[in-house]
Design a protein around this ligand. Structure first.
Ligand code: MV4
Length: 447
């Protein structure tokens, strides 16, 4: 087992990782930017190293500074958390070169899933259903239009280096194809330094449902059930839950088996997530694979009573997984609390928290790095807390969340709490009738 893990991250996930390390008897090293000197991850870690100024490009994203911190503290493993360098193949490579274990899959694995065309081809080989579309890269506008007519409109143009909706366009007919092609190519090139595009049939009103998997160094892969992530805004998830109110027993089994096939085929090492689009006819299609721990891993932890960070560390240390698949035993919902004004287009609202009271009580978990007096810096992600509730049924869970949100008090900055409170009372949300388009029509009303 590792003796000392350096956590190359900040915020709630850094704290979350420190907690598990302490429980496992592993020493921890925090790294922090000048803007994070007062952060709890710095206080709770055994050691802390400043790695640069506030800008993440000069601190949390700066590999040379992080590796210097690894050297001076003599850490034997690095946990990347989510975001920052978590899916940076070069960082995984650099860790290996330094003889320190990157807690996650190999650089080659990260790279192959980071390129969406390669990922899709890999899934086809594994026998996982994918959205019908172009056979690899589109070579030209003319080629793209020919393929679009073969697939049949509407089609979606996507960037092979994509993610987060960048370089993605819906096209309804031949007239729209040219302009969409040009702007997608331009955006992809500017965002990723790779302007490769491909095309797929556009799936209307899909749900985003993902399967958590875990694979060990001996080729064994299991799934840890699904998460429903359809409540999103501009490709940012707002609420996640497990189980999905949309899945039948049969579909859960099929999607779980598909996710395992995906993991087995690539000999996946670590915890990961296979994302699917599920259409209104309950047909599912591979979308992307995330090769990291995700923000919403907590809902899975709650429904199957399992520590996913501990599992990550054990897998990285070469310990075998049980190999057993898990089916949710309860219902869990997570609300992401962001320092944003939901009445003002979710505009970021950094600043000092003057008073803070966390929700408590049976079945309530709050993962956060903030406290009264803490200043939310403007440089990073605006998430300040995750409120996770768990109960026997979905209805009880929503009622518990409603109660927990009423108790969650943050003063001094605006947060997304009022949005979540309204959502918990929404008839369509309560009845489970929603898809990824939900936020396009959701009306928060007056402040
Ligand atoms: C799609 C799609 C419909 N059809 N692909 C959005 C982000 C990127 N990872 C993939 N995305 C989508 N791909 C086809 N063929 C709709 C989306 C999509 C979406 C997916 C999941 C969650 C929210 C979304 C919001 C808008 C579009």
């Amino acid at each position: 087992m590792f003796e000392k893990i350096l956590i190359a991250n900040r915020g709630e996930i850094a704290l979350r990782i420190i907690r598990t390390c302490r429980e496992m008897g592993i020493k921890t090293v925090a790294v922090y930017s000048k803007a994070d000197q007062e952060s709890l991850h710095v206080r709770f870690a055994d050691e802390a190293v400043c790695i640069g100024p506030a800008a993440s490009s000069e601190s949390y994203l700066k590999m040379s500074n992080i590796m210097a911190a690894v050297e001076i503290t003599n850490a034997d493993a690095v946990h990347p958390g989510y975001g920052f360098l978590a899916e940076n193949a070069e960082f995984a490579e650099v860790c290996t070169q330094y003889g320190v274990k990157f807690i996650g899959p190999s650089a080659a694995m990260i790279r192959s899933m980071g390129d969406k065309i390669t990922a899709k081809e890999t899934m086809i080989k594994a026998g996982v259903p994918v959205v019908p579309g172009s056979d690899g890269l589109l070579k030209s506008l003319e080629h793209g239009m020919k393929v679009a007519n073969e697939i049949g409109y509407p089609v979606m143009i996507k960037a092979t280096a994509g993610g987060g909706g960048k370089g993605m366009r819906i096209v309804w007919n031949d007239e729209e194809f040219g302009p969409a092609w040009d702007s997608a190519k331009q955006e992809a090139g500017a965002s990723f330094g790779n302007d490769g595009l491909y095309a797929e049939k556009f799936i209307e009103e899909p749900r985003h449902i993902e399967i958590q998997i875990a694979g060990d160094q001996f080729g064994s892969v299991c799934h840890l059930s699904e998460r429903e992530c359809s409540i999103q805004r501009r490709h940012q998830k707002l609420v996640e839950e497990s189980p999905s109110p949309f899945l039948t027993k049969k579909l859960r089994k099929e999607m779980g088996e598909a996710a395992i096939k995906a993991g087995e085929c690539i000999k996946y090492e670590g915890v990961g997530t296979v994302e699917f689009l599920v259409d209104k006819y309950k047909k599912f299609y591979f979308m992307e694979m995330n090769t990291r721990i995700q923000v919403e891993h907590t809902v899975t932890e709650e429904v199957i009573d399992f520590d996913l960070i501990k599992e990550q560390i054990k897998i990285a240390a070469g310990i075998k997984i049980s190999g057993k698949n898990y089916i949710p035993q309860m219902h869990a919902i997570e609300c992401r609390i962001n320092a944003e004004d939901p009445y003002n287009d979710f505009r970021p609202c950094p600043g000092t928290i003057s008073s803070f009271h966390s929700s408590k009580g049976h079945g309530v978990r709050v993962d956060t790095h903030v406290y009264a007096g803490y200043t939310v810096p403007p440089y990073y992600d605006s998430m300040i807390a995750k409120v996770i509730c768990r109960a026997q049924t979905r209805e009880e869970c929503i009622n518990k969340m409603s109660r927990a949100l009423d108790e969650f008090i943050v003063e001094g900055i605006k947060t997304t709490v009022p949005f979540h409170q309204k959502l918990m009372q929404d008839p369509d949300f309560r009845s489970g009738k929603f898809n990824t388009g939900f936020m396009n029509t959701f009306d928060l009303g007056e402040e």
